[in-house]
Design a protein around this ligand. Structure first.
Ligand SMILES: NC(=O)c1ccc[n+]([C@@H]2O[C@H](COP(=O)([O-])OP(=O)(O)OC[C@H]3O[C@@H](n4cnc5c(N)ncnc54)[C@H](OP(=O)(O)O)[C@@H]3O)[C@@H](O)[C@H]2O)c1
Length: 220
C-alpha cells in the first residue's frame, strides 16, 4: 500500500513524512515534490509533482493508494491547483485523499476560507474517499517572531485581545499520519487546534517570563 504526500519538502509536509515513517515502512511512502533537489533527506521515494502541471500528475500518482494533499501556498491559485490534484488522483485510481483545510472553513469569516471550501466541495464530488483536516493556526506563526521581539524590545501584532488556539506543525502532521493510516477516519471532517488559548499579550508575558527580559505586547 503506497501513501503519497504532496508538499513534502514544505514545513508541514516534511513532518508528515517523518510521522508516516513511524507508522509504515519507508518503501510505502512517496514524497510528491515540486523541487526534487530539496527532498534527499526524506529517505523515501521522491517523485516530481507540480500542482501547475496537470499533464504530468496522473503518471506521478501511479500505484498510489492513499494521498495526503497538503494545501498549496500560492493564495489565489490554490483552488485550481487542488482541483488539478484531485482530478489526477481520480484518473490514477487513488482511493483516499486526506486534505489539510482551514479551521471552521465553512463558517469562518477569514478570506482564506474560500479556496479551502472549493477544494472540500471538489473532493466530496470526486467520488474518492476523503478525510478533511481543518487545521488551525500554527504556533510557529508566532514563535518565528520571538527573535525579532527580543531584538526590538516588544512583541508586535494586530490581534488585539483575540484568543489563539494554535498547535505546532508537528502535531498537525501527526494528525495527518494517524488519519491516513486508519480507515476509521474515512469520510470524517475534523476541526484541529490547540487545547487551550492565549492572547498575544499572554504570549509576550510568557516570552518575558522565559527570557527574563520584559517584552510587552504592542498592538498595532
Ligand atoms: N495553519 C496555518 O497557520 C498556516 C499557515 C501558513 C500556511 N498554511 C497552509 O498550510 C500549508 C502547509 O504549510 P507549510 O508551513 O508546510 O507551508 P510551506 O512550508 O510553504 O510548504 C508548502 C509546500 O507546498 C509546495 N508547493 C507550493 N506550490 C506548489 C506547486 N505549484 N506544486 C507542488 N508543490 C507546491 C511547496 O514546494 P517547495 O518546497 O518546492 O516550495 C512546499 O513544499 C501551506 O501551503 C498553506 O496552504 C497554514
Amino acid at each position: 500500500m503506497k501513501i503519497a504526500v504532496t508538499g513534502a519538502t514544505g514545513h508541514l509536509g516534511t513532518f508528515v513524512v517523518e510521522e508516516l515513517k513511524k507508522r509504515v515502512s519507508n518503501e510505502n511512502i512517496v514524497a510528491l515534490v515540486r523541487t526534487p533537489g530539496k527532498a534527499s533527506a526524506l529517505e523515501v521515494e521522491v517523485r516530481a509533482f507540480d500542482y501547475n502541471q496537470p499533464e504530468t500528475m496522473t503518471a506521478a500518482l501511479a500505484g498510489v493508494d492513499r494521498l495526503v494533499l497538503i494545501s498549496g501556498n500560492e493564495i489565489g491559485q490554490r483552488a485550481r491547483q487542488h482541483f488539478n490534484v484531485i482530478e489526477a488522483a481520480g484518473k490514477a485510481g487513488v482511493e483516499w485523499i486526506v486534505y489539510t483545510s482551514l479551521l471552521h472553513a465553512d463558517s469562518t469569516t477569514l478570506n482564506l476560507a474560500g479556496e479551502h471550501m472549493t477544494t472540500e466541495e471538489a473532493l466530496k464530488a470526486s467520488g474518492i474517499n476523503y478525510t478533511i483536516l481543518r487545521n488551525g493556526w500554527y504556533t510557529e506563526n508566532y514563535t518565528g517572531s520571538i527573535g525579532g521581539a527580543l531584538a526590538g524590545g516588544a512583541f508586535i501584532g494586530s490581534a488585539g485581545n483575540g484568543k489563539i488556539s494554535s498547535a505546532a506543525r508537528v502535531d498537525y502532521a501527526e494528525a495527518a499520519a494517524v488519519a491516513i493510516t486508519d480507515e476509521s477516519h474515512k469520510g470524517k471532517v475534523y476541526e484541529l487546534a490547540g487545547d487551550d488559548y492565549y492572547t498575544l499579550a499572554d504570549l509576550a508575558a510568557e516570552i518575558s517570563n522565559q527570557t527574563g527580559t520584559n517584552i510587552p505586547y504592542r498592538n498595532l
